[in-house]
Design a binder for this molecule. Sequence first.
Ligand SMILES: Nc1ncnc2c1ncn2[C@@H]1O[C@H](COP(=O)(O)OP(=O)(O)OP(=O)(O)O)[C@@H](O)[C@H]1O
Ligand SMILES: [Mg+2]
Length: 347
Amino acid sequence: MNKLKKEPLFKVKDLVIDLYTEQVSVRAVDSVNLEVNAGEILAVVGESGSGKTVMTLGPLGLLPEGVSVDIRGQSQCSGQDLLNKPARELAKLRGENFGIIFQDPISALNPMKKVGPQLASQAVRLRGVSKQQGKEIAIELLQRTGIPDPEDRYNRYPHEMSGGMLQRVMIALALVGNPKILIADEPITALDATVQAQILELLKDIQCRENIAIILITHDISVVAQMADQVAVLYAGRIAEYGTMEDVLTRPVHPYTKGLLSSVPDLRSKRGENASGPAGITGSPPDQSSLLPGCRFVERCPVAQTFCSKFRPPLEVLPHLSQRHFVACPVAVESTIEQMEGEAYEQ
Ligand SMILES: Nc1ncnc2c1ncn2[C@@H]1O[C@H](COP(=O)(O)OP(=O)(O)OP(=O)(O)O)[C@@H](O)[C@H]1O
Ligand SMILES: [Mg+2]
């Protein structure tokens, strides 16, 4: 019998995003394919400038101001096309489907207005409710995001709240429209360790309780290990490795992923590696305004061969592992397959 594949809640296909300023043109996202299902956490991980924010917010029409954008490919949410939509229609689709916790949370709140009324007016706008209902929704959201004494906090200004409380308000703001997908762009970077753990717990709780999908953007591998179902490792605008959290973190194949993981002592010791040995990746990412045709990691890659700088590495599925582990490095894929065949032969 033919099993129909369930359509993902959100997907991008062959997504290319070019940014142009007066000074430079940058290919920020280069033929990316991704899928997110309901109730799933997809972590997008990569160094600063790898395209995490542009890739995630670009299809929603939320790109930096003062930049011209050329965006191509496909992007769909619940089967509806997001690209090539008039701005008003896209804003409506965005409001109905997505909640966004921005990388710079303070800029999303008006410092001159109390937090509660800001939430309430969003509720009026997105849910079409009365002002009184908007206030009730705001207080309920403050409670739902773990803010003690929500009636009192409703009347506080942003500067009267701690960083952790403010981030809970940001999460409440992202939940106002009853989104199917929450995009959390580096949601804990500015917080101290204890508060970080509480915010992650809150996000996990929202995902489990409300079956909301979360796209979690982070450069912190330990956050990925703790939170993600799926992981996309981004390097210079391209997917280097993509798969389940278990496959990518415990059986990494791409040399870039291995490099990222080698800087996390806990994961290294779990894989039986010497946690005190050399770690990390040397060098820095390429200048995305003048890219060569081949693999973008080539200059930093410990296994690079001459052909790597000439041809773009295809994102190949690893046949021996789960059918959802993709790697864009033919050299690493071949040696992994050889190693696995060797192990199978020995058994
Ligand atoms: N306003 C802008 N003007 C010009 N180029 C930009 C602008 N914003 C982003 N870019 C470029 O787009 C690429 C992707 O940037 P993006 O902000 O998505 O990276 P990121 O992975 O989110 O980084 P970070 O971890 O620092 O947030 C980078 O090469 C960056 O230089
Ligand atoms: Mg970013």
